[in-house]
Ligand binder design. Structure first.
Ligand code: TMP
Ligand code: ASP
Length: 236
């Protein structure tokens, strides 16, 4: 499948057209940003590692009948995906309190949550991706009630699947972010990526951070940590 014109460039990925108008190529960049793009950097090899991790996790989710945009892996840092009409929302699921939850609501850091927390954020850089609820999304005409219900149901299902997948590999799925879109039939499909850029993943025994927090907080060893996640999830 040939890469044609650039359709979209985000902070961590580029989307290219292909000769098939229902399919596009998702290319993962080594660029890293954090804190609404205020911190910028590059992590050598990140693009290809995240592309591989995302491919493995999308394929695993397919085995549980979770609809995703993933079609197949291409060479290097690229995958072939279905073209979706993306919904400008991010769903976040949290199993352990950390990050913005600790800042905003003073949860004790690293506290396992008795009830997992589902959150909705508006994807809007000018507004700093604010936390919203479903009524804001309905009022803004971004998503219909049944779509938000499906997003919630799929996010909870993905959490259950990936939590136990990670556990069996000595990893803890602390929290993660997902993005959804509509396919040509209007069906809701998981899009974007699932990688250490968009999930918090800790080693189960030592609680060593194996995700983008190493970049956010200048902890070093970012590429090594991402590679460690890849090595662990490659061993089925
Ligand atoms: P938070 O604690 O900063 O709100 O992040 C929650 C989860 O969502 C964490 O796994 C990182 C991920 N995330 C993104 O993938 N993109 C973002 O823009 C933000 C703010 C968080
Ligand atoms: N990726 C997001 C940004 O660059 C935020 C983050 O992950 O911390 O704004």
């Amino acid at each position: 499948m040939e890469k044609k014109e650039l359709l979209h460039e985000g902070k961590a990925k580029r989307i290219y057209a292909t000769e098939d108008e229902t399919l596009v190529i998702q290319e993962f960049k080594d660029d890293a940003t954090a804190f609404d793009g205020n911190k910028k950097g590059s992590i050598t090899g990140k693009g290809e590692i995240n592309c591989t991790i995302s491919s493995i996790l999308f394929e695993y989710l397919h085995s549980y009948h979770v609809p995703t945009h993933y079609v197949r892996r291409l060479e290097g840092n690229m995958m072939l995906i279905k073209k979706l009409d993306m919904i400008p929302l991010e769903t976040v699921m949290r199993n352990i309190a950390t990050g913005s939850l600790v800042k905003r609501l003073a949860f004790p850091d690293a506290k396992p949550l008795d009830y997992s927390i589902f959150e909705l954020y508006l994807k809007n850089d000018d507004l700093g991706d604010p936390l919203i609820n479903e009524y804001h999304a309905f009022a803004m005409g971004i998503a219909r009630p049944e779509e938000i219900r499906s997003m919630y149901r799929l996010t909870a299902k993905i959490n259950a699947i990936l939590k136990s997948f990670m556990e069996r590999r000595g990893l803890v799925l602390v929290d993660f972010k997902l993005e959804f879109g509509r396919d040509e039939n209007g069906d809701l499909i998981l899009g974007d990526e699932i990688s250490p850029d968009t999930c918090r993943i800790w080693d189960r025994k030592t609680h060593k951070k194996l995700d983008k927090d190493r970049f956010r907080f200048d902890m070093g060893g970012v590429e090594k940590a991402y590679q460690e996640v890849l090595d662990r999830i490659s061993n089925v």
